[in-house]
Design a protein. Structure first.
Length: 94
């Protein structure tokens, strides 16, 4: 009986973790948004839903997931500053 309860709880936690990851990934702006001629403030607004999901992500995520998010966020901002609507499609910074 104890093993069954432990298994059910583990499955519940894994389901919540998957839901947190999927929810976070679903609110990230499309990478094509880095090609738009928007101000830094406007671009930060597109990132707001993802940053609002961070507390839940931090609760469930492994250290490597959080490191990956930090690198991805940095790349989003680098691409935003380097690209514009006149940049070539699939530029290296994209």
């Amino acid at each position: 009986m104890f093993l069954g309860g432990f298994w059910a709880e583990s499955e519940r936690i894994l389901a919540e973790k998957r839901e947190a990851y999927l929810s976070f990934l679903s609110v990230l702006p499309p990478l094509n948004d880095t090609y738009q001629d928007t101000s830094e403030q406007e671009f930060c607004e597109t990132m707001r839903p993802a940053t609002e999901q961070l507390p839940k992500l931090i609760f469930y995520a492994d250290k490597l997931v959080m490191m990956a998010w930090g690198m991805l966020q940095k790349r989003y901002f680098e691409a935003h500053f380097e690209l514009s609507s006149s940049s070539q499609a699939l530029a290296p910074s994209y």
